[in-house]
Design a protein around this ligand. Structure first.
Ligand SMILES: Nc1nc2c(c(=O)[nH]1)N[C@H]1C(S)=C(S)[C@@H](COP(=O)(O)O)O[C@H]1N2
Ligand SMILES: [Mo]
Length: 331
């Protein structure tokens, strides 16, 4: 199947056409680029957003191999947000609380070597190098809407595969009910950790069935390329029907638990950020409405906002997960 290429100038090869050896070589090269990619960012730190977006772009010439997702609903028909906006307007508090901070500061993040440790209630705990994770499954492109709790949204072509693929391999025990995601907290490289705004490390969590849902993505790239640091390199979560903060960046640990994990935003302000955090236009944040959103790059600051959709438009796919739950209480 040809890859829709409206939003970029190149075509990447379809996974089935590549020999495993070639895939391996290519991914080694990608990892090398990842390691080197941040070098230009310092130079561009005082340049404009366009230069910064380009300088922090790790896989400029190299695309991640992958085809379009076969998961129903995973390919949005909406126009993707520009790469520049998606890579320079970010929340990644480890690098500062301003939306421009991550693109300016995340060049200090060291993404190789990188391991993700799986622990807790599983038959097969262990450490997974980022190279192994990249090879675990064929990457797919998924164009998802992302909706921040602050009221803005983007449409981003992510590259990754269903987190369920990793979960099945580690064989959760019957007692595992939740999955906790722990992200990197490196004081030496993350200037934001000096701030007390959150309790570090940044932790997120999902119920096991949410984590197993095929729309939940373990993402390594975006726009057909490796993730730039500011978007959560080398591996992050994308949970498209929840507010953006559930999509933890730069994950180092995945823990299977019986109890609901204590998450960073819930700990910081429990009355404002619940565990579920499903996009829900009917349930307002205590300090602002969630009924509308501003699409980054499309609407001017004073342009009319869009109506937010239940579960961010993924109700048909995920609504069943919440059947019978009071979503006003379990917000
Ligand atoms: N580790 C970590 N992950 C994080 C955050 C963060 O501050 N730290 N911010 C979250 C928030 S609030 C949003 S909206 C999304 C933004 O992802 P993006 O920059 O790729 O759009 O990342 C989420 N993941
Ligand atoms: Mo967010």
């Amino acid at each position: 199947m040809p890859i829709p290429s409206c939003h970029r100038e190149f075509q990447h090869p379809i996974a089935s056409e590549i020999t495993p050896r070639a895939v391996y070589e290519e991914r080694r090269e990608l990892l090398r680029l990842w390691a080197a990619g941040a070098a230009g960012a310092t130079l561009a730190a005082w340049a404009g957003r366009e230069a910064l977006a380009e300088a922090t772009r790790p896989g400029k010439l190299a695309a991640l191999p992958g085809g379009a997702s076969a998961v129903a609903g995973a390919m949005s028909l909406e126009k993707p947000t520009s790469y520049q906006d998606a890579s320079t307007y970010n929340n990644f508090y480890e690098f500062g609380t301003d939306k421009a901070d991550p693109a300016r500061n995340a060049h200090t993040l060291k993404t190789t070597p990188w391991t993700v440790e799986v622990e807790g209630l599983v038959k097969k705990p262990g450490k997974h190098g980022i190279e192994d994770l990249l090879r675990l499954s064929a990457q797919e492109e998924r164009i998802y809407r992302m909706r921040c709790v602050e009221g803005w949204s983007m449409v981003i072509p992510w590259v990754g595969y269903s987190l369920a693929e990793l979960i099945r391999r580690v064989e959760p025990l019957g007692s595992a009910k939740y999955v906790e995601f722990v992200t990197l907290a490196d004081k030496a490289r993350m200037p934001g950790l000096g701030s007390r705004v959150l309790d570090w490390p940044y932790v997120e969590g999902l119920r096991l069935d949410e984590a197993m849902h095929p729309l939940t993505l373990l993402a390594f790239g975006m726009y057909g390329e490796l993730l730039p640091n500011q978007n959560g390199a080398p591996v992050r979560l994308v949970v498209p029907w929840k507010y953006g903060f559930k999509s933890a960046k730069s994950i180092v640990k995945i823990r299977f638990t019986e109890k609901e994990p204590a998450t960073a935003w819930n700990k910081a302000a429990p009355q404002e950020y619940g565990f579920y955090s499903n996009v829900n236009p009917m349930v307002d944040h205590p300090r602002w409405s969630q009924a509308t959103e501003r699409r980054i790059g499309e609407d001017g600051l004073f342009a009319k906002k869009r109506k937010s959709l239940m579960f961010n438009g993924y109700e048909a796919q995920v609504g069943q997960l919440y059947a019978g739950m009071d979503l006003k209480k379990l917000f």
